[in-house]
Design a protein around this ligand. Structure first.
Ligand code: SAM
Ligand code: SF4
Ligand code: SF4
Length: 345
């Protein structure tokens, strides 16, 4: 009886099952995006995780096996920048062998993608999302912290196409004072291809970005802006809980999406769990505390112990930050929000 109960898929306090796991494989990044890891806040002396602090692939697979038994079907590899983790294709291959995992995706800044696309596809990576905030070098530099390599990111996207990825998305974070003028060029670049651009409202994740609400361009305003150039119309979501609202160009030019975490919060169906590169489990992007699973991995605890710990954390979960926006929490508590580059979005 107990055994049966332990192996059933748990739901959290709001009745939400756990379906997705965002797996951060490294906290480091080769960019310094202003909205995530600004260079003036995260310098050369930043206390990055050491090699032994990060989970090994063996440890990740052990955990993912338990996550899968608890309901997780989809894995998204993230970072920092996931392509900085050596031999990532080996991890992909092993994730594919975990029973119950039916979809493996990765979010990347794309700068190293042309080098790795083919081996990742061959290893069984199903989908790739590439972040790209500007096509003009100067705006790219401004958004991404001093680098001006949009062409290299475009080459990475081409390499992903050539490698056989059928599901490629582009993530564009919109900051009012920086890249509003890049929206039309980005749409023009991908319209008529099968690549779907998703515009993401600038979120108040972490603390180092010093988020200001006036930098957010609400989706409704962005849709109005885009509608001055093309007629677009809403399309039904693929599945309940899909993060982006889908729109299509009325002339058949394909689709775009909008992620509206600030203006239209979507916590109700949220089924995402997150594991940091050092093995802490977070149940919300805006969490302040994680649950240390690494010490269980390393102190001789059994798979059953791991399973039970994860299950308990999920059963206790009642996160709905986007909808309550700190209702009742103090400024001090807000200061402890984890950083986006630590859990990877
Ligand atoms: N380094 C990879 C990349 O940039 O694609 C993966 C990790 S990054 C943290 C994952 C996603 O989060 C990226 O698409 C990035 O644009 C997005 N992101 C980071 N900070 C954000 C913020 N404050 N608001 C909205 N999206 C953000
Ligand atoms: Fe790096 Fe991605 Fe964060 Fe940019 S958004 S600093 S690429 S982790
Ligand atoms: Fe999920 Fe937390 Fe985002 Fe709400 S705020 S959608 S609970 S990650």
């Amino acid at each position: 009886m107990t055994d049966q109960k332990n192996h059933a898929h748990p739901v959290d306090q709001l009745g939400r099952p756990m379906r997705d796991l965002r797996l951060s494989v490294i906290d480091r990044c080769n960019f310094r995006c202003t909205y995530c890891m600004p260079a003036e806040e995260v310098g050369a002396d930043f206390p990055w995780l050491g090699k032994n602090e990060r989970l090994s692939f063996d440890e990740m697979i052990r955990l993912v096996t338990q996550f899968s038994k608890l309901g997780v079907e989809k894995i998204r590899l993230t970072g920092g920048e996931p392509l900085l983790r050596k031999n990532l294709a080996d991890l992909v291959k092993r994730l594919n062998d975990v029973p119950g995992i039916r979809d493996i995706a990765m979010t990347t800044n794309g700068i190293l993608l042309s080098r790795h696309a083919r081996e990742l596809r061959a290893a069984g990576l199903d989908r790739v999302t590439v972040s790209l905030d500007a096509l003009s070098k100067s705006k790219f530099r401004e958004m991404n912290g001093g680098f001006d390599c949009p062409n290299q990111v475009l080459e990475g996207i081409d390499a992903a196409k050539d490698a056989g990825f059928e599901h490629i998305k582009v993530n564009t974070v919109v900051r009012r004072d920086m890249n509003l003028g890049e929206i039309v060029p980005i749409i023009e670049e991908f319209r008529g291809t099968r690549i779907v651009v998703r515009f993401i409202e600038y979120m108040d994740v972490g603390n180092v970005n010093h988020w200001e609400r006036d930098q957010v361009v609400p989706t409704a305003e962005l849709i109005q802006y885009i509608s001055n150039h093309w007629k677009i119309e809403p399309v039904a979501k693929h599945y309940a809980g899909e993060v982006a609202d889908r729109y299509k160009f009325s002339d058949g030019g394909g689709e775009i999406g909008f992620v509206s975490s600030i203006s239209q919060p979507f916590c109700r169906p949220c089924n995402r769990s997150r594991l940091s590169a050092d093995g802490k489990l977070y149940t919300c992007l805006f969490a302040t505390e994680g649950t240390d699973l690494r010490s269980l991995l390393r102190d001789g605890s059994s798979d059953g112990d791991l399973h039970e710990r994860i299950r308990q954390v999920w059963c206790d979960r009642n996160d709905q930050y986007s909808q309550t926006r700190w209702g009742g929490k103090t400024k001090k508590e807000q200061k402890h929000k984890i950083e986006m580059f630590y859990i990877g979005g």
